[in-house]
Every structure is written in C-alpha cells, then in structure tokens.
Design a binder for this molecule. Structure first.
Ligand SMILES: CC(C)(COP(=O)(O)OP(=O)(O)OC[C@H]1O[C@@H](n2cnc3c(N)ncnc32)[C@H](O)[C@@H]1OP(=O)(O)O)[C@@H](O)C(=O)NCCC(=O)NCCS
Length: 189
C-alpha cells in the first residue's frame, strides 16, 4: 500500500476534503448532534459543537500520520459539510481497509453516500493500492447495506453479536467487501 493520506476527491455533487476545526458547527448541526444519524453507530450523539470540535482536533492531528483517510463530505451546491467517510481500520500486510460513513438526515435517499463510497473505493484501489475494501453495518440498518451493495460490494456473512451500539448493546454486523479483481472487472480500474 502507498500511504498517501487524505487527498481531495471530486464527485459530481461532492467535494471530499480534509476536516478543519471550522467544520465543527456544521458537523454538529448536520450529523454528529442528530440522534437519528448516530442511532446505528458506535459513538454517542455529541451534546455540543464544542465536543465535535474536540473530535475534529484529534482527526486533524492524525492527518500528519500519513495513513489516515478521513474525508469531510462537502455539498458543492452550498459548500456545507454534510457528512463524513473514512477508513476506520486497516491491515497494511494484507492491504485491506475498512470504511465507515454518515450523512445528514435531510439528504438521505438521494444516492449521495453511494456516490461518495464509489469515489473512495476507486481512490483506495487506484491510488493507495488496496487489495480489498470492506465495510460492516448493524443488521438494524439495512439502508447502509444497500449503499455497500450499490457500490459493488458483496455481502460475506453476518458476525453475531460482534459489535456494540452506542447504548452498549450487542449487535449483529453484516460484513461486505469489494476485491481489487472485482473492481477491475467492473471496468473501474
Ligand atoms: C446509511 C446512509 C449512509 C445512507 O446514505 P444515503 O445517501 O441515503 O444512501 P443512498 O441514497 O445512496 O442509498 C440508500 C439506499 O437504501 C435504501 N433504504 C433506505 N431505507 C431502507 C430500509 N429501511 N431498508 C432497506 N433499504 C433501505 C434506499 O431505498 C436506497 O436504495 P435504492 O437506491 O435502491 O432506493 C445514511 O442513511 C446515514 O448516514 N445513516 C446514518 C449513519 C449510518 O448509518 N452510517 C452507516 C453506518 S454502517
């Protein structure tokens, strides 16, 4: 893998770029402070923009490490941060990465996360040289599974009580992946 870090990615409706602390109010308003968005995530809903700012400060520090992939999804029409997509785990030796994402509720159902995930998969295969991109979702969150499917991933199975939600309850997680060979066969290589 070539660890090039979070470089900008352009899609028809989105600019994917690094976070800055100035994104905190919009991120809090649009997703981190919304219990409906964080319902199936591992981290609890933020209680203030200050809490969100602290989290972003940590992410900004990690950009210096080189192997941090964490994009703010900026909605081109308004230049507003509307979500995030990032690498949440990676194995350098086997060249796989795991991605996670979230989007403001008011833009759900318009294909936006699928657009972002396809662009990030293309970046991770083409620029970083991954051999596998994977993602997991709570079985209570089928919309996320549909995003994975639409981006070209295949479901591999369900890990029973593998995860824990943001209330600490055990949850079953579906595992999906896209292999480099499959990505190439789709003509995206
Ligand atoms: C999951 C999430 C990322 C989807 O983003 P999005 O931009 O709305 O996704 P898309 O519009 O690209 O696709 C959503 C698909 O799920 C489908 N869907 C929505 N609700 C569904 C449900 N309850 N069951 C099955 N499919 C559902 C939609 O119909 C759509 O499929 P279609 O294009 O075939 O109609 C967004 O809802 C979100 O941020 N949720 C909260 C955070 C989260 O769950 N993150 C993922 C953690 S694994």
């Amino acid at each position: 893998m070539l660890q090039i870090g979070t470089l900008p990615i352009d899609t028809p409706r989105l600019s994917l770029r690094r976070f800055t602390v100035a994104d905190a109010p919009a991120m809090f308003r649009n997703w981190s402070g919304d219990p409906e968005v964080t319902r199936c995530l591992t981290w609890p809903t933020h209680l203030s923009a200050a809490e969100t700012e602290e989290v972003i400060r940590g992410w900004v520090g990690q950009y210096g490490c080189g192997n941090s992939y964490n994009w703010c999804m900026e909605w081109k029409e308004t230049e507003e941060p509307v979500g995030s997509i990032s690498v949440v785990d990676l194995c350098e030796r086997a060249a796989w990465v795991e991605v996670g994402y979230c989007l403001t509720r008011r833009l759900w159902g318009r294909g936006i996360m699928t657009e972002a995930l396809i662009a990030v998969e293309d970046f991770l295969f083409r620029e970083v040289g991954c051999s596998r991109v994977q993602a997991k979702h709570d079985m209570e969150n089928p919309a996320s599974g549909r995003v994975m499917q639409k981006s070209g991933m295949k479901q591999e199975g369900v890990l029973r009580e593998y995860g824990s939600d943001n209330r600490g309850d055990a949850v079953d997680l579906a595992v999906w992946s896209l292999l480099r060979s499959e990505w190439k066969a789709m003509g995206r290589g």
